[in-house]
Write a protein that binds this ligand. Sequence first.
Ligand code: NI
Length: 170
Amino acid sequence: MALRTVLVDDHPSLRKVCRPYTEFGSRLHQLLDDLKETMLAENGVGLAAPQVGILRRACVVLETNVPEGEQEYFIELVNPEIVSADGEQEGGEGCLSFPGRYGIVRRPQHVVVRAQDRNGDFFEVEGEGLTARAFCHEIDHLNGQVFIDKAERMLTEEELAELYGGDEEE
Ligand code: NI
């Protein structure tokens, strides 16, 4: 595994529609491992291939809705599609590609995603709350869409300080 550089701000790779995977070999496996390692190192809850310059439809999301005492775990998504969405949530959202910036983004409260795993097998996974938000955010990345374009508004410095305790970087 290796850390990859996360592209930021107006890097053109963040605005490209990514191509699907048709081969499920070692290059994809290495990428997924690297995405997880990089995401953990940067304290994110999701990371998509174009954020590290790979214009392919793969991303990882951290499932944080786990029973108390159980460990959060990664969900690897290759060629993911949202197949159903319901409810609505409005909340703060950030992105490792836009450090220090947070916006209010409206998302579904619950989604079902159909994707392939690292070996090409199809599966469905549900996301609720923060996980639904992360699925939508990461799949947007695969379509060249970033949250600052969808945000109803960006949070001010004062709001950030209130939310995150003022002296923290993020
Ligand atoms: Ni992001």
